[in-house]
Design a protein around this ligand. Structure first.
Ligand code: ADP
Length: 222
């Protein structure tokens, strides 16, 4: 759901704004943050960053980055839906996707901030390099890092997938609807693996499938 900035402002009972009237100084500084990532799938760690970000910024746009060089477990559409359901209680959070340079997307969405989460030192090295690179591409963009909450410092989408792949429970790591999607997905993969003679048509109509047959072989990477 996209609510334009002007629509949002004009709905405020205390702030009558017409397109021709200049914004009061404080409102001209509305800050939009983009939270880009793979979210394959969204975890409680991501959800925590989104929730805390939504309290810091006027709008947070969670953006599923389409990365053709990765083999995801879930399609972009599935990931968008999973994030939407996980953030529906946050009115200033929007979910979208894009392919290409994050800074180009930020420019289009008039975002001044890139929101990222930091867990461990190894995150920091890569994130800092990315933040500096983005700054060279778009001078006015600022990357804001939120430190992970203690209880999620070990948590990543790959950890979740690794546990689920071997039949473990991920109920404590991801929202309930996401856990169900994951269980269905691996049940489907195991079904395909244990019965490779299953006709192609049967695979195509199997609602549990998330990838095309050619994409089922490689393991998903984060
Ligand atoms: P990417 O492929 O861009 O790393 P991810 O979905 O893995 O996409 O992560 C998106 C962002 O969320 C990154 O900044 C990552 O550091 C952050 N993140 C992921 N898991 C956690 C967590 N448990 N706590 C805090 N931040 C996290």
């Amino acid at each position: 759901m996209h609510i334009s900035l002007s629509a949002r402002l004009s709905h405020s009972p205390h702030l009558p704004v017409s397109p021709s009237s200049p914004l009061p100084h404080s409102l001209a500084k509305l800050v939009i943050a983009i939270y880009p990532g793979s979210f394959d799938p969204i975890t409680f760690g991501h959800a925590d960053i989104i929730e805390r970000g939504s309290k810091l910024f006027d709008r947070v746009i969670v953006t599923v980055v389409k990365n053709p060089s990765k083999t995801p477990l879930f399609t972009v559409e599935q990931r968008i839906e999973q994030i939407r359901r996980s953030t529906q209680h946050l009115p200033n959070v929007e979910v979208d996707s894009f392919e290409g340079l994050t800074v180009n997307y930020a420019k289009i969405r008039q975002a001044k901030v890139l929101l990222r989460g930091l867990r461990v030192l190894t995150d920091f090295e890569m994130e800092l390099q990315m933040a500096h690179t983005n700054k060279t591409l778009l001078g006015e963009i600022e990357t804001v890092f939120l430190a992970t909450s203690n209880e999620y410092s070990f948590l990543s989408s790959s950890v979740v997938k690794e546990i689920a792949k071997f039949g473990g429970s991920v109920d404590h790591l991801v929202p309930k609807h996401v856990a169900l999607d994951i269980y269905k997905c691996y049940a489907s993969r195991n079904q395909i693996a244990s019965n490779p003679t299953l006709p192609d048509a049967a695979l195509r109509t199997n609602h549990l499938r998330t990838q095309q047959p050619s994409e089922t072989t490689p393991e998903p990477q984060e």
